[in-house]
Design a protein around this ligand. Structure first.
Ligand code: ZN
Length: 245
């Protein structure tokens, strides 16, 4: 619509929730530039009735846990043993604030990595989930023996400002090998960057996934679904995945 939000709007704070975007550095940068505003991540759960983590104005790259309302444990999802600071695990939450529906050691399947409060310079004593909610354990896909998390793929894709919408498409080749294709739309006016983008993105994705080969496919602008809320950017078209659904 031709409105320069950074210059013409009075918005100076963006509160992001419901998507990992607010804690993905490249997405956060793009949001802050587009709006000329500071961006902070939060997350809430319907089951808990409210927000349980938030990012403070010091932007430590993660979200403080509201520890006077929640006990947040991080467990190894396979062994159910607690993991320490700096280790990925599953969020298990006990809420003090839901009298009618007690939520005790509720398993969320959220993937988190807890770091000490002192990681942030703001002075709060509440521990932090580095990178916010990093995804869900059941989001993980196994492609030719390599773990692939949609959020990790998004973090790489969003480093390329020329990309507009994208989709992670999993399929089976000749009924034999699993393939992963990133379908993407290039922003109008950025078409000349395609060659460089294609090479760079293939390399970055492979490097972050033990050398796994990603297919990169450009589709016409407007072909992929564009989301306003709760984006679904992963399509699993493999026969087994369809069967299990
Ligand atoms: Zn802080």
């Amino acid at each position: 619509m031709g409105i320069d939000l950074a210059k013409e709007s009075k918005v100076n704070k963006l509160i992001c929730s419901g998507e990992p975007a607010g804690s993905i550095p490249a997405v956060k940068r793009q949001l802050e530039e587009a709006w000329g505003a500071k961006c902070g991540d939060t997350a809430g759960m319907t089951e808990l009735g409210t927000i349980m983590i938030f990012e403070c104005s010091h932007q430590p790259g993660g979200t403080h846990i509201i520890e006077d309302n929640y006990i947040e444990e991080v467990l190894n999802p396979a062994t159910d043993e607690p993991v320490g600071y700096g280790e990925l695990g599953e969020r298990v939450v006990t809420s003090f604030g839901r009298g009618f529906i007690p939520v005790i050691r509720y398993r969320t399947k959220d993937m988190v990595l807890k770091v000490p409060a002192s990681t942030c310079t703001c002075g709060r004593t509440w521990d932090i989930y580095d990178g916010g909610i990093r995804g869900r354990w059941d989001d993980m896909k196994l492609i030719r023996g390599t773990n692939v998390y949609p959020r990790a793929v998004e973090a790489i894709v969003r480093e390329y400002a020329a990309i507009d919408e994208f989709q992670i498409y999993l399929w089976r080749k000749d009924n034999l090998t699993d393939e992963i294709t990133i379908k993407l739309e290039v922003k109008p006016g950025f078409e000349s960057e395609w060659e460089t983008l294609h090479r760079g993105l293939s390399k970055d994705l492979a490097n972050a996934h033990e050398g796994l080969r990603f297919n990169i496919e450009r589709v016409d602008y407007g072909v992929l679904p564009h989301f306003e809320l709760k984006a679904k950017r992963l399509v699993d078209a493999r026969p087994v995945a369809q069967y299990s659904e």
